[in-house]
Design a protein around this ligand. Sequence first.
Ligand SMILES: [Zn+2]
Ligand SMILES: [Zn+2]
Length: 229
Amino acid sequence: MLFPSHIKCIVCDEELPSATRNAVCGNCKLPYNDTYCSVCGRSIPAQNLLCDRCKEYSPPFTAARSSFIYRDTARTLVHKLKYGSAKYLAADMAEFMADTYFQSEFAVDIVTCVPMHKSALSKRGYNQSALLAENLARLINKPYADLLNKTVKTPTLVGLKRAERQSVVKNAFALKPDADIKGKSVLIVDDVLTTGATSGECAKVLLSGGASFVYVITFASRELAPLIF
Ligand SMILES: [Zn+2]
Ligand SMILES: [Zn+2]
């Protein structure tokens, strides 16, 4: 029992000699997001500064944090979870996100996720952001609730230019009729923050529905994509 066999690295599937936390082997270094913009949470060269975008514009959300930079092994994990049906990874990935939550100064009442359109959901069979959000909620001991609907089927944002992304997600989300968020602090969970357009739109809907604060935590964020908010 002390030395369980067949423990595998969650990144490369290499068998590990014994269980390590989150089961990542020594060869698979994770790209931790150590120095980040204090508003949007994206990687910048020094801590306690704002990125160029946040110096000029305030995002709709209060603040965002990401556990990793979206490259290398972090990207591999997102792809396995999202496109490789590796739903079991959500619990491990959420542990890193819980560390990120506890390192932040976020005070959260309720955890939710970026929703998928029902046609996309029936195609994939699960919403990876919901899996991350449910696991994160459990780890930080906060209630989880589905608060948003994706009312418009949008094309994948991958490869779209900045202005296109913004127009694609605009008005694509709606508050669920039974969502009880008046005066509450809501945490939006997603797998990757690219431009901030998606979480920004979700934040606008939650704030106009009465939420007091909206925070965002993603497993990873892209380093160089221009921000949209
Ligand atoms: Zn590995
Ligand atoms: Zn920023």
